[in-house]
Write a protein that binds this ligand. Sequence first.
Ligand SMILES: Nc1ncnc2c1ncn2[C@@H]1O[C@H](COP(=O)(O)OP(=O)(O)O)[C@@H](O)[C@H]1O
Ligand SMILES: [Mg+2]
Length: 450
Amino acid sequence: MKFIDRKEELKLLNKHRYKGLGVIYGRRRVGKTTLLRKAFEDIDHIYYQAVRLPADIIYREMAKIVGEHLGDPALKSGGVSSIEIILKSLNKSGRRTNLIIDEAGYIMESDPSFTSVMQRFIDKGKRTFGIFLSGSTISIMEREMGEKSPLWGRLDFTLEVPPLKFSHLKEYWDNIPFRQLASYYGCLGGIPYHWEKVKPKSNFFSSIKEAFLTPGAPLYQEIPFLLKEELRETQKYMVVLQAISEGRRRFSKISDFSGIPVQSLSKYLGVLQELRWIKQTLPVGTSRGIRGGLWYINDPLFRFWFKFIMPNRHLIEENISDEVIERIKQQWDTFMGEVYEKIALEITLSLIKKKKMPFVREIGKWWDSSTEMDILGINTGKEWSIAGEVKWGKFTQKDFNNFMMKLNSLPIKRAKDAKILLFSGKGFDLRYDRDILYIKGDKPLKAKYT
Ligand SMILES: Nc1ncnc2c1ncn2[C@@H]1O[C@H](COP(=O)(O)OP(=O)(O)O)[C@@H](O)[C@H]1O
Ligand SMILES: [Mg+2]
């Protein structure tokens, strides 16, 4: 495996080696286990991965692993089934180490006293080892991040492991032309597990066919699997996701379609948002509660799956996948518009980070009843500093003129340092202006910006 990025995360984990108490969480398959393995690979550590079993079996297994590491016969014997004894024995041994408990959510499920026992142990003071609890978002979030949790206020850090970015996919598969790579990103997103399931071929659609379009294909069942693993009421979440992916963006529309009353819909949207599978978008510079704004599918695999796999399951089950491929091909360019906007925003953010674009307080989409801007970065709320337009196809003079008209009619003023960025997936067919930054695919056309 080619290990990609995670520099910030490794830095944070390194800082807390041997002493910290922290929680690492994130969506299933995002790379938590891989990150922990990497962070501790060359220092003393004890790694235990819990499974969905009764607590005494879990603790007995953990005791054996800790016992073997310490050479402690009592723990090794398999007679110990208490987390308290494990922690105390570890401390008594004086060993400087790191205890990593992966899938800690399963322990919390089968032993509700786990965190209070942990808390009592922590509060006793000195210990010779760091404790790292990792788990998937919801199980950990529900129990461990809230004020009600006994560990609240005692954690040295919490680390959310996010999906990797488009630029990382580029590092993962070098030598794939931009439009093709972006297409892979459009259906696989930033989850390296999905990347591993696909063999990139010169014909994009044929590798998609292999990955998704037969009953046994590795990603065909991925979404139902994830929903089942992460959530209870899967049916309800399924319809909410379906509603959004079919373009119902407003709270009331999602409620109508799903049959979930508005009073309870916030809960479902909130959980899906916590998982980063969906996102709420408001025009930059505005804020409204969970009932305002527009809802989008945030995770590319979800978006692809609900758009192309779910409605075509009957064809896939019957192995008529060529028909499905035809449908996908016909809609691909439209589908990619939104994907490219996501990539364009990532590129813009990295230019800001490298100080090649002005600082902005907030950046994202902006719209009102008549106008829509793909990218608008504002610095004070009253002035914009970055404005951008994103076209998956060719960017023509006419597109440019329309964009300038929109820009000039914005109710927000232009800041002195304002910059304009134009993105095109295919290139430009217009008169260039030297004050504008043109980006073809993911490459700025001016060298000083790369
Ligand atoms: N940083 C990374 N670079 C490359 N591949 C990764 C990275 N993180 C995870 N992977 C791959 O993705 C798969 C799933 O990662 P894993 O760590 O098991 O996720 P999680 O523990 O969050 O469910 C692994 O098989 C691993 O090979
Ligand atoms: Mg894992």
